[in-house]
Structures are given as C-alpha cells and as structure tokens.
Write a protein that binds this ligand. Sequence first.
Ligand code: MG
Length: 224
Amino acid sequence: MKPILLFDIDGTLMHVKRAFTRNLIAEILHDFGIESNPLENGSYSFAGRTDKEIFTHLTRGSENSSKMYDEVKKKYLYYMKQNFSPNDTERIDGATELVEYGKKEKLKMGLCTGNYRESAFYKVDAAGYKDTFHFGGFGCNHADRKYIPGEALNDFEKLNGHSPPPERFVVIGDTPNDVRCAKHFGAISVAVTTGSFDAEQLRESNPDFLLSDLRQLIDYLPNL
Ligand SMILES: [Mg+2]
C-alpha cells in the first residue's frame, strides 16, 4: 500500500515572506483598535501554531473576544484573498521535487497545516501547487495542532470513500508540533530543517525521519 503524504505549508513547502503576514495581521488588529499586541516586538512566533491559536491569542484581551476573533478572522481571509500573490512566496526546492515525485507515483497528497483552509489554499495556489492537494486538515477548528491529522483523515474519507489506518500517513513538517501531531495520530513523522528549527531542536521531538532536504525522503518512501 502506498503511503499518503500530509504536508505542512510554512517552512516545509514554502516560505512566506515574514513581513507579509505580520504586517497584514498588525494592520487588521490596528483597524479593530487592538493596539498592544505581541507582534510589535516580534516575540510571538507563528511557527507550528494553528491560525485558530494565533488569532485567539491576539484577540483574547478584547471585550467580546469571540466576536472579535470572528471579525478579525474574516478580515484576514478577505485580505489574504485580495493581496496574497506569488511574490509573497518562495518554494522550497526539496519539497518541490518530493511533490513532483508524489505526482509521478500517483501518491495521495494532502495538507496538514495550522492555516485556515482558505488561506492554506491561497498560499499553495500562489506558490504554483494548484490542483496538487485535494484534502487536508486545517487550523480552523482546533487551537491544538495535534487534532489536525485526524481532520485530514476525515477529509480524505469524504473524498475517497474509505478510511486508511493512520500508519499509512506520513506527516511532513518543520516544527516539533508537526512531529507531536503525527505521533498523537499514529502516523509516520518527518521533520525537515528548512523552517525555523534546527536539527538539534527537532531531534528532541523524536521524529521517525529527520532530514535537511525533502528530496532525501524519496529514497525511503518505497519502503514505508
Ligand atoms: Mg511549518
């Protein structure tokens, strides 16, 4: 049985210009009168977090925080749709080759990302991965990333009409949280150092594979 690949986006498939997202979110928070936010001093990292977690954190001090969360989310997705362009992304070479290999071998490939579903597809489409990923787990419903592979499985089942066991899935990401969610789900975990964590930091999460370039996974895949 062929493995099913689940890709994280940021730091794994591509880099999104850091300034784009941070400036956009800072602008939206400013529009809503949220002046003091942890983005200003750069202390809050988005890496490995779900969008739900990030936006909940940024709006939690507001008077009606759940309404504010909904409004900020809506505006963020609107601006992403309007403004996100190929110039804001940079594909990661090894990932591009792995995806090409997956297409050639007709592997099922989905997303496993903390991004909201809509913004996930704005990003992969802008980076030239249109019509590559047809299902996934996204950061819309859960603040904790560990539930996202399970959502990807549900989405896979809706699309394909059957539900493969978790061990057929390979979760590929650049943060300890990607490894943690793979393990929680029971998938094979692949950590890659193309994002903001180095090998030493990723090793602590004990991934099944720790790679510096996703091309290296191509040799292992036929034996998984
Ligand atoms: Mg990432």
